[in-house]
Design a protein around this ligand. Structure first.
Ligand SMILES: [Ca+2]
Ligand SMILES: [Ca+2]
Length: 375
């Protein structure tokens, strides 16, 4: 239900003198008629409410015919949220695939947002629980761990090459939407064009550099570039931190080519279960030190932490629901439906910080229901 609609409901109720309910109570009442998943930590998933996901699920939770591709470095396929046979893993050759927390945490977060099993009484609910998923694990490379300029350069080259290979593989496996939660330095334009030629929607984050320019491949034509906002729908920007003596501010990249934004801060995410390696993180990295106390087994509430890598999978899930409902539409039409259904933020219409606005699952599915058929 939109805010304007709710306003009408409340005003009507007050006029006939039969209710003193607040907006929140009205919304709760509306929600009571919806199927709320029984996942144990669901109450932490504020972004369901923000994007009207349960209302959207009354229309569709996704079709198994729509396969979501995810290109990632690592992924904990042993996690209890991924044991229903909907998720397949493919490991690219020529790369290492170590089983450790560091390698797997990013992919586990991303896939969990999209496809954590819903209504299983455990953890969180994924946003597109009815769709199938193929995770193409790009893997790590030995040189990545060596921290020398030469190895970093080699890593970028190899990562670009393997990213392109992952995208082509997922296209060939008939994925209709591919999430690429990474930004890279070397062009993978051929692989992007390959996906576009096969009517595949590529969804990419705008990047975390807090600058006026989405980072490649975001901002390029014919991909869906997704920036991040916080709980208040403000562009995500972290407080400054010092890194090697320099002040450094992370935030959602913005500017020309930004399509939409999605929540990316204080999110509830799945984590690898490996407690032994996770326990080492407060000593070795900055990641867990910010929010280690919120970790519960394979789940984590990322308080005060953001990143556009997690905004992108939200839009990926929405795109998959739209393609489930309307498999006849092209990927360009899906982009338009996501843009038109977004809740406009900041300046009226498209603006540089939030694109066409924060995505809204229900609004976009309603638009998709009546979107005309071409041809
Ligand atoms: Ca669950
Ligand atoms: Ca706007």
């Amino acid at each position: 239900m939109s805010r304007s609609t709710m306003y009408v409901v409340v005003v009507s109720a007050c006029l006939i003198g039969c209710s003193t309910m607040t907006l929140a109570q009205e919304k709760d009442k509306e929600r009571s008629s919806l199927a709320v998943p029984n996942d144990s930590l669901f109450a932490e998933q504020y972004y369901f409410d923000r994007m009207d996901v349960l209302e959207a699920w009354a229309i569709t939770t996704g079709s198994k015919e729509v396969v979501i591709g995810v290109a990632e470095r690592g992924f904990d396929s042993t996690h209890e949220e991924f044991q229903t046979g909907r998720i397949e893993v493919y490991r690219l050759s020529g790369m290492e695939h170590p089983h450790d927390w560091l390698h797997e945490n990013h992919g586990t977060e991303v896939v969990g947002l999209i496809a954590a099993e819903s209504n299983n009484g455990k953890g969180y609910a994924g946003l597109a629980p009815g769709c199938n998923v193929i995770v193409a694990q790009i893997g790590t490379h030995e040189s990545f761990r060596k921290k020398t300029p030469e190895s970093a350069k080699e890593w970028n080259r190899l990562f670009s090459e393997k990213s392109a290979e992952a995208i082509r593989y997922l296209v060939d496996r008939d994925c209709k939407v591919i999430n690429c939660s990474f930004t890279i330095l070397t062009s993978i334009a051929d692989a992007l064009e390959y996906a576009i030629a096969h009517d595949v929607l590529l969804v990419v984050p705008s990047g975390n550099s807090n600058r006026n320019s989405p980072q490649f491949p975001a901002g390029t034509l014919d991909v869906l570039s997704v920036g991040g906002v916080d709980k208040n729908d403000d562009r995500w920007v972290n407080a400054p931190i010092k890194l090697r003596g320099k002040e450094f501010i992370q935030g959602s990249n913005y500017g020309k080519g930004l399509n939409v934004v999605a929540p990316c801060r204080d999110l509830a995410v799945c984590m690898p279960f490996d407690e032994t390696t996770a326990a080492q993180f407060p000593k070795t990295g900055w990641l867990m030190t910010n929010f280690g106390l919120a970790r519960r087994g394979g789940y984590l509430l990322k308080q005060n932490k953001g990143g556009t890598s997690l905004a992108s999978p939200m839009a990926t899930a929405l795109a998959a629901l739209i393609r489930s409902l309307r498999p006849d539409l092209t990927f360009r039409e899906v982009i338009k439906i996501i843009e038109q259904g977004a809740d406009d933020l900041d300046e009226e219409g498209w603006d540089q910080y939030t694109g066409y606005g924060r995505i809204n699952f229900h609004h976009s599915l309603k638009i998709a229901e009546t979107w005309p058929t071409d041809k």
